[in-house]
Design a protein around this ligand. Structure first.
Ligand code: FES
Length: 213
């Protein structure tokens, strides 16, 4: 059976660029795909003055399309400013790769989302760009849309796993999860929630509370 991928995709899949983890990154994101349950982690080093992406690495648990797209976007983003890199879309990545099968669109979307999320993570840490905004309950709910519910393969907001969100004075964020604390996924979900909210420039503390059952 012939492979549905062109040569460039296969080359980038077999010899991906910028793969790995980064010690002490300036920004980080881990994104999951609701369509297939795969994950991508992406790390950035950013020049604080110029906002230029100095280094970028990614790790993928996705398929060949995902690895090839992750690989090409890291090459496309390196040397660009975060403002420029935000403009890279999955169509640009797919075009640069010489095309991907339609069925595999979500895989390149996942790679591009992880880059955008890592840039957003940088903005959140520094309170710049779109993330100059204060953390409100609405912002928290929006950020929770990027936390996966591993039981359903969709985000925790859509799957109604979150009972309540509170943002108090001094910016303590409390998120109430509709799950017992000894549930097998409780600690993974807690970790992901903290990871999404704690980096925000104005958040002091994140508390994740589980229901008593
Ligand atoms: Fe999951 Fe491609 S099928 S990333």
């Amino acid at each position: 059976m012939g492979m549905p991928y062109n040569e460039k995709v296969i080359e980038y899949f077999q010899n991906p660029k910028n793969v790995g983890e980064m010690e002490d990154p300036d920004a980080y994101a881990k994104e999951g795909s609701p369509a297939c349950g795969d994950m991508v982690a992406l790390y950035l080093k950013v020049d604080e003055e110029t906002h230029e992406i100095k280094d970028i690495k990614f790790k993928s648990y996705g398929c060949a399309s995902n690895i090839a797209t992750g690989s090409i976007i890291t090459e496309m983003a390196k040397g660009k400013t975060i403002e420029e890199a935000k403009e890279i879309g999955w169509e640009d990545a797919a075009e640069e790769l010489g095309g991907l099968p339609d069925l595999k669109t979500h895989c390149s979307v996942l790679a591009v989302d992880s880059l955008r999320e890592a840039i957003r993570n940088y903005e959140e840490r520094h309170g710049i760009g779109e993330e100059e905004r204060e953390t409100t309950e609405e912002v928290v709910e929006e950020r929770l849309k990027h936390v996966m519910n591993p039981m359903k393969g969709q985000d925790v907001m859509k799957t109604e796993l979150i009972n309540d969100v509170k943002v108090e004075e001094g910016k303590t964020v409390t998120v109430e999860v509709d799950l017992e604390s000894d549930h097998q996924f409780a600690s993974a979900i807690e970790e992901d929630i903290i990871e999404k909210l704690e980096p925000r420039w104005d958040v002091e503390e994140v508390k994740v509370v589980f229901s008593e059952g």
